[in-house]
Write a protein that binds this ligand. Structure first.
Ligand code: HEC
Length: 116
């Protein structure tokens, strides 16, 4: 699979290759988000809940990367910290790519039923 991505990148030019590569890391990030249990408190799409994430939402529009990664590594309140030993830098970056890939909901003005 990775080979195909590399070949596609070579055939279609670097841009396509980069898009495929970032899609792949968001996909892996989704797996890491599930495997590390983030979903249990934050919901499978980072939507959060008042009960388990203090009402905080991770996506769409995640925090800037520095704030996000620093929080995950050093949280000391309701959320347990995740050190490099249990969550690698790569997996954390992929989780961030997954959260970035979650689309915003449509603008209410674009939904005819809500205008009536
Ligand atoms: C046991 C429940 C629990 C788990 C598991 C958990 N979180 Fe959290 N998370 C929380 C709570 C509760 C907060 C709000 C904490 C606070 O304000 O101190 C939070 C806050 C955050 C924030 C800050 C959000 C903001 O807007 O300030 C980030 C980023 C975050 N979590 C990412 C993650 C990631 C990534 C994982 C998995 C590696 C994860 N969390 C796993 C409960 C959890």
């Amino acid at each position: 699979m990775r080979m195909c991505v590399i070949i596609a990148g070579l055939v279609f030019g670097l841009n396509v290759g980069q898009e495929v590569a970032s899609a792949a890391s968001a996909e892996h990030g989704k797996t890491a988000f599930i495997q590390n249990g983030c979903w249990q408190c934050h919901g499978t799409m980072g939507q959060g809940s008042i009960m388990t994430s203090g009402g905080k939402r991770l996506a769409p529009d995640p925090l800037p990367w520095e704030t996000f990664s620093a929080f995950v590594r050093s949280s000391n309140r309701a959320m347990p910290p995740f050190s490099e030993k249990i969550l690698s830098d790569n997996d954390l970056a992929d989780i961030y790519a997954y959260l970035l890939s979650i689309p915003k909901p449509p603008d209410t003005a674009s939904i005819p039923l809500l205008k009536e």
